[in-house]
Design a protein around this ligand. Structure first.
Ligand SMILES: [Zn+2]
Length: 96
C-alpha cells in the first residue's frame, strides 16, 4: 500500500472569527488561563486552543459570536482584554 500522499507540513485551522480556513502559521493560537483569553503565538500553552487571524475584525467577530466560549466548551464569559491588546500591537507592526 503506497497511497499515503497526505502532506502534513501545512496543517489548516479555522479562524474562530471569520470562519475561514488558513494555514496554522497564519493564525494566532489562543489559550485560556483563568477565564481570560491569552495569545499563544508559540503554541506552548497547555489545554485547548482556538485559532484566530491576528486582526481586529476577526477578534470583533469572535467576541460578538461568543466564539471563544464555544471553542473552550462553555467556559463562562472570557476576558479578551489581553488578546485585544496583543492584536493591536501586531496590527501596528504590520502596517507600514
Ligand atoms: Zn479570521
Amino acid at each position: 500500500m503506497s497511497g499515503r500522499t497526505h502532506i502534513r507540513a501545512c496543517p489548516e485551522r479555522t479562524c474562530v472569527g471569520c470562519r475561514e480556513r488558513a494555514a496554522k502559521g497564519d493564525l494566532l493560537r489562543i489559550a485560556v488561563i483563568e477565564e481570560a483569553c491569552v495569545p499563544d503565538p508559540r503554541g506552548t500553552l497547555p489545554g485547548r486552543g482556538a485559532y484566530l487571524h491576528p486582526a481586529q475584525v476577526c477578534l470583533d467577530l469572535a467576541v460578538r459570536r461568543r466564539a471563544f466560549s464555544r471553542a473552550f466548551r462553555g467556559r463562562g464569559p472570557l476576558d479578551t482584554t489581553a488578546l485585544g491588546r496583543y492584536i493591536e500591537q501586531v496590527a501596528q507592526q504590520a502596517t507600514p
